[in-house]
Design a protein around this ligand. Structure first.
Ligand SMILES: Nc1ncnc2c1ncn2[C@@H]1O[C@H](COP(=O)(O)OP(=O)(O)OP(=O)(O)O)[C@@H](O)[C@H]1O
Length: 572
């Protein structure tokens, strides 16, 4: 997204608003003229009705135009900010996972919420102010040129010098604003960090340290904010000094010319009145330029975020699925960091038939979760390919890939909302019959019956209100509702007690008759009945077979099995 292009899409409303502002400026410019006429009429004892009526009409027109101008500009600004936010959110949601992983989430939040607001002011109000004040300035200069151009040249000399200083200051305001936006954003990230891990902060007794760290970040934002204010504060005085010097020079030189008869006193009076008349719009003009420059810093940050790398530029047409294995890994190598860093998964090949339970076991950090993420195309393999129902997932639309797979993650992600909203997250149109079915399969019927509002019970952040095991079973029910062809269970039984685990094992057995289930489990007791077990070690497939085959053939599996099954046996 280019923010300027976004603003251009709203040009008609912006131009309408600016035109209304310009008409308002004409109405203001005409007021002194009409007041002059009224004074003339009083002096000549002429009828006063029409001069007074015209002045009242002009005041009313001025007020209506000012209101319409503010409304049109405000509306255009809101439209622009809406478009920016819509585009940013769309790009964030479709971001490439590796690029997304590098983002600072607090900074992203500041850019999407605060920077877009600042950009809105810049692209609507400041821009309109620049045009209308610029018009007033040009109008004033034209009138002064008509009265006396030598005096105008003198005025432009003084005001020009002040303007150059103001423009330089406006540029520095922009640079300082950019620093301040970054500092404010770091502060936001600091706050978000503790919000995301409040219980860790408290149990680690880190309140005082976090307080000091975040206060230091707030202090940095304060210092750079003060710098912006300091430079902005010099803008108006710079113009004031310029106009004062200008006034003194115009009056001094003008009076000497009046004294020699080279200029009429009335012309000098009119010129000085216009000079006064010029100053307010000129100051507004430079303030608006300063504000616009501040906004450009925000615009740059919004534009930068909008260039976030996307997961799928253009979705290919859905692929024709083929009979045969549900999943096939073909010489897959992948690393989170580019080479020469060692890959996390290396030359992995295996197939999973369309039905049955396949378990992946291996030491912590062996790359089990990474395999699931490659299958969901959250990352792309460096070498080799991943096939789903006979098709390379790199050639399939993402929507099709993820529609075929149901993924129950290690930390099952529940969202703030009701139990029903959580259940139907991947399939919002699911009917009550289908919901009741998956609730039963996941062993949640009694749990839901015990909740005050059943399916409509609201849950807090990350599913607060349910136990860890209940949260996990809810995530499993959600996945089942999607009727996927492949179900991925990552440590899905970690939070379950032995009774619930046995119930779930039955569920998995039933489900695996209809589709392929691939489970990562540290608790071997849950996968001893698996149709096949893949043993992964340091990113490589070390052995494949059933529980009994592996007990005979693989040393690592035997070690894991004897340690775990013995411990669990002792625990029971
Ligand atoms: N987003 C990431 N960026 C960089 N490295 C990562 C990332 N995710 C995982 N890794 C690294 O990749 C390796 C494999 O991680 P993975 O989560 O796949 O292992 P795992 O076998 O599922 O482990 P566990 O059983 O402990 O969950 C680990 O060394 C881990 O540090």
């Amino acid at each position: 997204m280019n923010v300027w292009e976004t603003a251009k899409a709203h040009r008609p409303l912006l131009i309408a608003g600016i035109t209304l502002g310009l008409l308002g400026a004409v109405a203001s410019l005409a007021q002194p003229l009409l007041i002059g006429e009224l004074i003339g009429a009083v002096a000549k004892d002429s009828p006063l009705f029409w001069p007074i009526a015209s002045i009242v009409a002009l005041f009313c027109a001025d007020a209506v135009l000012a209101a319409a101008h503010a409304y049109a500009i405000g509306r255009a600004g809101e439209n622009i900010v809406f478009d920016m936010r819509r585009t940013l959110v769309g790009r964030l949601l479709r971001a490439d996972m590796a690029a997304f992983g590098r983002l600072d989430h607090g900074d992203v939040f500041t850019r999407v919420v605060t920077d877009t607001s600042i950009a809105r002011v810049s692209l609507s109000q400041s821009l309109a102010q620049i045009v209308t004040s610029g018009f007033m300035v040009v109008g004033g200069i034209a009138a002064m040129a008509w009265i006396d151009w030598p005096l105008l040249l003198l005025s432009l000399g003084c005001l020009g010098a002040a303007s150059v200083v103001s423009l330089l200051l406006a540029r520095r305001v922009r640079q300082a604003s950019l620093v301040n936006r970054e500092d404010t954003s770091s502060f936001g990230s600091g706050v978000q960090r503790v919000m995301g891990g409040m219980s860790t902060v408290k149990t680690s007794r880190a309140e005082a340290r976090e307080d000091a760290r975040i206060t230091a970040l707030a202090g940095r934002a304060r210092r750079s904010g003060i710098r912006v204010s300091a430079i902005s504060a010099m803008l108006t005085p710079a113009m004031n000094v310029g106009t004062q010097v200008c006034l003194a020079a115009v009056v001094g030189w003008g009076m000497s010319r009046v004294a020699t008869g080279a200029m009429e006193l009335s012309a000098l009076t009119a010129f000085v009145m216009y000079l006064f008349y010029l100053v307010a719009p000129l100051v507004m003009l430079f303030l608006a330029i300063g504000e616009f420059q501040q906004g450009r810093a925000a615009i740059d940050r919004v534009t930068e975020l909008s260039h976030l790398e996307q997961e799928e530029a253009v979705a290919p047409p859905p692929a024709e699925l083929l009979p045969g294995p549900a999943v096939r890994f073909d010489g897959v190598t992948f690393g989170y960091a580019p080479p020469p860093a060692a890959p996390v998964v290396e030359d992995v090949s295996f197939s999973v038939p369309p039905h049955g339970l396949t378990a992946i076991v291996g030491p912590s950090g062996a790359g089990k979760t990474t395999l699931f993420q490659l299958l969901e195309r959250l990352h792309r393999p460096g070498e080799g390919s991943v096939h789903l129902r006979g098709v390379d997932i790199a050639t399939m639309p993402l929507d099709q890939v993820r529609g075929l797979i149901g993924y129950v993650e290690q930390e099952s992600a529940l969202i703030r909302g009701t139990v029903r909203e959580n259940l139907t997250y991947a399939d919002p149109d699911a009917d009550d019959g289908a919901i009741a079915h998956v609730v039963r399969l996941a062993g949640l019927t009694d749990v839901l019956a015990g909740l005050p509002q059943g399916l409509d019970t609201p849950l807090g952040e990350r599913g607060a209100g349910l136990s860890g095991g209940q949260r996990q079973r809810l995530a499993i029910a959600r996945t089942l509702l999607q009727r996927p062809q492949v179900i991925l269970l990552d440590e899905a039984t970690a939070h379950l007690d032995s009774e619930a685990e046995a119930a779930l094992r039955d569920t998995i057995a039933t489900v695996s008759q209809e589709c392929a289930v691939i489970a990562i489990a540290h608790r071997l007791s849950t996968v001893v009945d698996a149709d096949r077990i893949i043993v992964l070690e340091a990113g490589r497939v070390r052995a494949t077979g059933t529980h009994h085959e592996l007990l005979d053939s693989d040393e690592l599996y035997r070690r894991i099995a004897s340690r775990q099954l013995l411990t669990e046996g002792a625990a029971r």
